[in-house]
Design a binder for this molecule. Structure first.
Ligand SMILES: [Zn+2]
Length: 486
């Protein structure tokens, strides 16, 4: 974390992007609220995700909304109750706790994900690590469940740690309701909960977070994608698990398919890339997890990583997982309900590719990428899909009928666009506030407006102003959004 991170956090507090939850009570680490401006951006990001993956791809993809609380057998079947835990170290003197792998990572600047408690314990002893707070000795590394559980009269229920399980248990019903066709995509945009031991880095690791996940159910004997040829020659930066010594490589979709990742999987990897690029997040790469790092049920697992100025490094914002038939088969076994379907002339259990997006991390990536400072001016260069407002409408001064005229212009635009009206303070201050929350345009009504019916339109990024007649403003804005969604 550096100065950029601090500046973004400061701006977020000041302009109601996000801030600690229950602040008046001192707040709790790892809980954040989205404010009036931040929530607009987050909601638009979710809506754009929906448009991109559920509509523009033109496939049999739908959104559902499963319960966030689910009964114990679901998470027994999924393996979460047994395996979903973090290795933890605790100071024997002051009670300081930290994830063991991250404690080591902080000291030795290497990744220790996926090591067992015993291995981590040995490493901590070997390197003589002491409590960073008080210098005390650590107790033995132990495992702590990440699940939030609650007792009910009918047994335990748990907050979902990922949205995916709701989709797997609903699969058969949705398959029947959707013409019994494969591939079938089922998406969930919603909250998931993990009892992280050391939440930190603002929206980066929190106990409650928003995921946008898409599970694509398909016939494992049908690995081709009909649109593969449209992306075959496109390139992506990848780090392959089997060729990690080569570091980052620029490979085409065709070359990836040639290395054994099947067409459907590679196709969605490139859709993921396109999604982020269309939001201006072009400095990204796909980092493949090796066998120790990835969950054992994932046959392929690439993290989609974006470069963050705030951390001066790449960070995971999304993941692409080939989960095979692991989840459906487990639910079949535990529920005694068949997950087999009949399609393509045979009976089988479908396989699943999961596209999993961290909405909060992506939101933060947009702030990180968009944050600009130039002398005294600070602005958020948010892409138009997610800017909280299209425009602010301002009377130059609130007298001589200018305010009345400005209200008329506001009314004219408000039925079609996200605009706001502001007459308080100097025009410079109003521009400055709007710039800081990423408003695309400033529309100002001045004395010339009263004479010839024109206004100025000011561009957020260039600050250039243009005179346009009132009747043309709507068209002007529409043109910008015409090419929206790439
Ligand atoms: Zn201590």
């Amino acid at each position: 974390m550096n100065k950029v991170f601090e500046e973004i956090t400061e701006l977020s507090l000041k302009r109601a992007l996000f801030y600690p939850s229950a602040e008046i009570y001192g707040s709790l680490a790892g809980f954040y609220d989205y404010g009036s401006i931040g929530f607009r951006v987050k909601k638009k990001l979710e809506d754009y995700w929906r448009w991109f993956f559920l509509k523009s791809l033109g496939e049999n993809f739908h959104e559902i909304q499963p319960s966030e609380l689910m009964p114990e057998p679901v998470f027994k079947a999924s393996g979460h109750l047994e395996h979903f835990e973090d290795p933890v170290v605790e100071c024997s003197k002051c009670g300081f706790v930290e994830r063991a792998d991250q404690l080591l990572e902080g000291f030795l600047h290497m990744v220790f994900e996926g090591l067992s408690s015993e291995q981590l314990d040995e490493l901590i002893k070997k390197h003589g690590l002491k409590c960073p707070e008080c210098g005390g000795e650590f107790k033995r590394v132990f495992s702590k469940s990440l699940m939030f559980g609650f007792e009910t009269r009918k047994g335990m229920v748990y907050l979902r740690p990922e949205t995916a399980q709701g989709v797997f248990v609903d699969f058969k019903r949705e398959f029947k309701a959707n013409r019994e066709k494969l591939p079938l995509g089922l998406a969930v945009v919603g909250k998931a909960f993990r009892n992280e031991i050391s939440p930190r880095q603002a929206l980066f690791r929190t106990k409650e977070f928003t995921q946008a996940e898409l599970q694509v159910f398909f016939d494992p004997e049908d690995e081709k994608h009909e649109k593969f040829s449209t992306i075959e020659k496109e390139k992506a930066r990848v780090v392959l698990a089997s060729e990690r010594d080569k570091g980052e490589q620029l490979l085409t979709a065709g070359e990836l398919a040639g290395r054994g990742y099947f067409e459907k999987y590679v196709y969605y990897l490139f859709m993921m890339k396109k999604f982020y690029e269309s939001l201006g997040l072009k400095e990204l790469r796909f980092y493949e997890k090796n066998e120790e790092e990835r969950a054992f049920y994932n046959k392929f697992h690439f993290d989609c990583e974006v470069f963050f100025k705030s951390f001066d490094s790449f960070r995971e914002v999304a993941g692409l997982h080939y989960r095979t038939d692991y989840d459906l088969k487990n639910h079949e076994e535990h529920s005694k309900q068949s997950m087999e379907i009949f399609a393509n002339g045979r009976k089988f259990v479908p396989h699943v590719i999961e596209l999993s997006f961290g909405i909060d991390r992506t939101f933060f990536a947009l702030l990180d990428k968009g944050f600009r400072k130039d002398g005294k001016r600070t602005w958020l260069s948010l892409p138009r899909q997610v800017a909280p407002f299209v425009a602010g409408v301002y009377p130059l001064v609130s007298k001589d009928g200018l305010d009345e005229k400005a209200r008329q212009v506001y009314e004219l635009l408000a039925s079609e666009f996200d605009v706001f009206y502001d007459e308080k303070g100097s025009i410079g201050k109003r521009y400055a506030r709007a710039d800081e929350i990423g408003v695309l345009y400033g529309i100002t009504i001045d004395y010339d407006t009263m004479k010839d019916g024109t206004v100025t339109i000011r561009d957020r990024d260039s600050t250039k102003q243009e005179r346009v007649s009132i009747s043309e403003i709507g068209q002007r804005i529409k043109r910008v959004f015409d090419s929206l969604y790439y």
